[in-house]
Design a binder for this molecule. Structure first.
Ligand SMILES: [Zn+2]
Length: 324
């Protein structure tokens, strides 16, 4: 009798265990189907293709996200940069692309496009072969390694993908996002960017004739009424942001932002001083680009001093975390 009960008890216990395991499986299967804050399903579906509009070839192609990221990193950062800087770029570029995709894609009617002024720069394999020549295989292997080793990793703040902006060189300090763009993002704060010494963009200058300067400014702001002979008294930097970039500048009877003048004269950055010679106007600039987010030159400098890509990313994207 007792023996029989034990057997029954054992069978009942096993059945109960099986039932519990089944319930647990069902629970997790349902949970996996729940949408995260942003629907990121395609991150875990490597076969998911995206459509990319190629501006130079005037056509669209379909390719895998990670394959696309290789072409972006190859176009947005020199292949000669340190591996950890390339990895930081891969994560930033992936984050930027994912956020763009989840916000409805690009204005070209595709998911993304190959223009850096709209989405991110992207070169096709044929273009990379042309650009890199004999270094094609070596460079491609280096960049592919940076992308593969950070596969699916993206930057988040409060559970949302961040706007992972980046630029070539900051000149010493990056910029608060609201000083360049509309939104004040908590993770896009001005930070010190040391280690840019090796960059050709740390300091540079743009020279144009006094006449050309006057023509451009009066063309853009007719109320300025600049005169080539009176620039010393007519032009004055009125204010700078804490970073050093020009906030407002007086141009004769008109006033402009440093960013507007940078755009008009295609200056490398809005962090400049202005010098007039007898014949010319010379802008001495620091850095290259808008200055918001990660400085690529700074990332490379940090990598050269032994920093890993995660350290680089958390330096430039305040409070952001990396997850898959
Ligand atoms: Zn685009």
């Amino acid at each position: 009798m007792i023996k029989l009960n034990w057997k029954r008890l054992l069978i009942a216990a096993l059945l109960l265990l099986l039932f519990l395991l089944l319930l647990r499986g069902l629970f997790f299967a349902c949970r996996a189907k729940e949408a995260p804050p942003y629907s990121l399903e395609f991150v875990s579906e490597p076969e998911r293709m995206l459509s990319l509009y190629l501006h130079r070839e005037k056509k669209s192609v379909n390719l895998e996200l990670e394959e696309y990221i290789v072409g972006v990193v190859a176009s947005e950062m020199p292949a000669s940069f340190k591996p950890e800087a390339l990895k930081a770029q891969a994560v930033a570029s992936r984050t930027y692309a994912l956020r763009r995709l989840l916000k409805g894609g690009c204005s070209q009617g595709c998911d993304l496009c190959s223009s850096s002024s709209c989405c991110q720069a992207y070169k096709t394999d044929a273009e990379l072969k042309k650009t890199w020549g004999g270094k094609y295989s070596e460079n491609l292997a280096k960049i592919s390694e940076a992308v593969e080793s950070t596969k699916d990793e993206a930057l988040y703040y409060n559970g949302e993908l961040i706007e992972a902006l980046y630029h070539a060189a900051s000149g010493g300090y990056t910029e608060d996002s609201e000083n360049v763009f509309k939104a004040a993002e908590p993770y896009l704060r001005s930070v010190k960017s040391e280690n840019e010494e090796g960059s050709k963009y740390l300091t540079s200058s743009t020279r144009l004739s006094r006449k050309a300067f006057v023509k451009a400014v009066n063309g853009a702001w007719p109320s300025a009424k600049l005169k080539a002979s009176a620039l010393e008294s007519q032009v004055k930097i009125l204010s700078r942001f804490e970073s050093g970039r020009v906030e407002r500048i007086k141009l004769g009877e008109a006033e402009a932002t440093g960013r507007e003048l940078r755009g008009l004269l295609e200056l490398k950055s809005a962090w400049f001083t202005l010098e007039f010679t007898k014949t010319d106007a010379i802008f001495h600039t620091r850095g290259f680009g808008h200055g918001v987010g990660m400085s690529q030159a700074g990332a490379n400098g940090m990598a050269a001093k032994g920093a890993g890509y995660k350290e680089i990313l958390s330096h430039y994207y305040t409070g952001a975390t990396i997850s898959r």
